[in-house]
Ligand binder design. Sequence first.
Ligand SMILES: C[C@@H](O)[C@H](N)C(=O)O
Ligand SMILES: C[C@@H](O)[C@H](N)C(=O)O
Lengths: 165, 165
Amino acid sequence: EQAEVVGVSSDRKIAKITLLDVPDEPGLAARVFQDLAAEEVNVRLIIQSASSESRGRITFVLDDEYVERAELLVEQWKAGGVASDASIDHDVAKISIVGSRLASTPGLAARMFAALGRERINIDCISSSEMKVACVIRGDQAQRAVRAVHDEFFPPDGDKSPSGG
Amino acid sequence: EQAEVVGVSSDRKIAKITLLDVPDEPGLAARVFQDLAAEEVNVRLIIQSASSESRGRITFVLDDEYVERAELLVEQWKAGGVASDASIDHDVAKISIVGSRLASTPGLAARMFAALGRERINIDCISSSEMKVACVIRGDQAQRAVRAVHDEFFPPDGDKSPSGG
Ligand SMILES: C[C@@H](O)[C@H](N)C(=O)O
Ligand SMILES: C[C@@H](O)[C@H](N)C(=O)O
């Protein structure tokens, strides 16, 4: 079964929160996301990459409408030793390619990253799986980013061969 | 449409590579994954969380069979200034819950993390989307992890209510 990108989507009405110095021990991620769930906050993406020196860093993306509730939680978490600090970034956008067998097809994610790179769009966060590759970028670059990624996978002239050498 | 977890899966024949100090500039992620694609390396997960001080950190999970090729690339990347160093961890497992509307249903990811937390299983990396939440943990904890997450979403006694308070 051929891997295929079936769509490109973008989301600008989101914010990104990164919790710093989360103790890298069992139960911390559970605490953070249980607290968010109790406030009925919809979390779109969760990204935690390998920690360093027993300190984890958890990034999550949420719809704008939930940011205030999340900010209250951030204060509780700081007071409770769940994180030393948090950065909240309102000017972000999430660009995704959706398809099948994305991960087991070397190069599909690379083509998305290359499309953004050629536009000089910096990739802040990446989360990928078999069915979706999502990049978090600066909000004001969303439109250019969607166009670039869309043209990469659905070229305007109908030529479906990968771009680049 | 009710959100639902339809399955729990695990993967132990994988390794995790984290590239350190990747310049946080356009084109770097593209370079890394284009190089991997050129070597036909299947990448299962890509996780990059928000960088600090212009230095990015990119973690990716790949099947064991591709680790040697990736290690050769790591040396090239270090020589080429793409990363200052890389850590390669062979003893990892990926545990995933798969379903629909996972992200827009507060609490599903939290239940997975809580199931692992109660078993004192530390979560090293997290990558989530609407259809899948994947956690990278220590390889030797995979069996216990799968059982705990499976029992959380498919309780043995048939009681489908969420566990915990
Ligand atoms: C940082 C956080 O993910 C922690 N490692 C946990 O397992 O909950
Ligand atoms: C670190 C890497 O992702 C870089 N920010 C890029 O856009 O390629």
